[in-house]
Ligand binder design. Structure first.
Ligand code: PGA
Length: 258
């Protein structure tokens, strides 16, 4: 399947790091370092910093988003945040189904599906994470797991609805472990995910689909992944917390291949 004209997207996932002043300082420092990025820049900040991050990023290439949201529009759900509230604060996208949410907070594929549908309904771009554990890989179940996650998390979506969805392939064993997946493995699984889209929603959807790789992406390995034809970008945790490393990855065209 051809690459099409998909732009690369570099996404920072800050997880539970950074206060409001730290967020503003980061964004103000980042903007002059990435004047002509060859990619789209997305930053998923903590809920509390979305509003100020959006203001700080105004007029720049940086798109602000959230890391989770409720599957409900509103209601008696103490501690939850609705899509409309995220939008109101300035979020344009939302990470859904991250493996930390699946593992620590026991989120199931069906629950994530409800969130994906709600995000689309409310006009927030969903960034859906999928990926196998070490044990699933070791027992040759990776593609079965990926298929299950894709089938269930994207259940009932039409070709029109699925258009805005970004997929992040994040093998659980590669996250925060310094054990990034190999280029060969990433290319193979991304092709598998694109093929899934092709079978379910047709060629146009498959060719337009943006698939990011995530898991121990660093300055040293970013370019190697971004050069792969089925990798449309990166989802970056640890290395997105420093302006220095995040800006170097955004300016990946200047990086040497390791
Ligand atoms: P990492 O995290 O880059 O620190 O491995 C990636 C993620 O959890 O999205």
């Amino acid at each position: 399947m051809t690459q099409g004209n998909r732009p690369k997207i570099i996404v920072g996932n800050w997880k539970m790091y950074k206060t409001i002043p730290e967020t503003v300082e980061f964004i103000q420092a980042l903007i002059p370092l990435v004047p002509n990025p060859a990619c789209k820049i997305y930053l998923a900040v903590p809920f509390t910093a979305i509003r100020e991050a959006s203001v700080a990023a105004e007029g720049s290439n940086i798109v602000i988003g959230a890391q989770n949201m409720s599957d409900a529009s509103e209601g008696a759900f103490t501690g939850e945040i609705a899509a409309a509230m995220l939008k109101d604060a300035g979020a344009k996208f939302v990470i859904l189904g991250h493996s930390e949410r699946r593992k620590i907070f026991k989120e199931t594929n069906d629950f994530i599906n409800k969130k994906v549908k709600k995000a689309i309904e409310e006009g927030l771009q969903p960034l859906l994470c999928v990926g196998e554990t070490k044990q699933e890989r070791d027992t040759n179940q990776s593609q079965v797991i990926l298929e299950q996650q894709m089938t269930q998390c994207l259940a009932d979506l039409t070709a029109e609805e699925v258009k805005t969805v970004i997929i992040a392939y994040e093998p659980v064993w590669a996250i925060g472990s310094d054990l990034a997946a190999s280029s060969e493995l990433v290319e193979k699984e991304h092709q598998y995910l694109r093929q899934f889209f092709f079978q379910k929603w047709g060629q146009t959807s498959a060719e337009a689909l943006e698939i990011l790789y995530g898991g121990s992406v660093k300055v040293a390995n970013a370019k190697q992944f971004l050069q792969l034809s089925d990798v449309d970008g990166l989802l970056i945790g640890g290395a997105s917390l420093s302006v220095e490393t995040f800006s170097k990855i955004i300016n990946y065209q200047n990086l040497q291949l390791a």
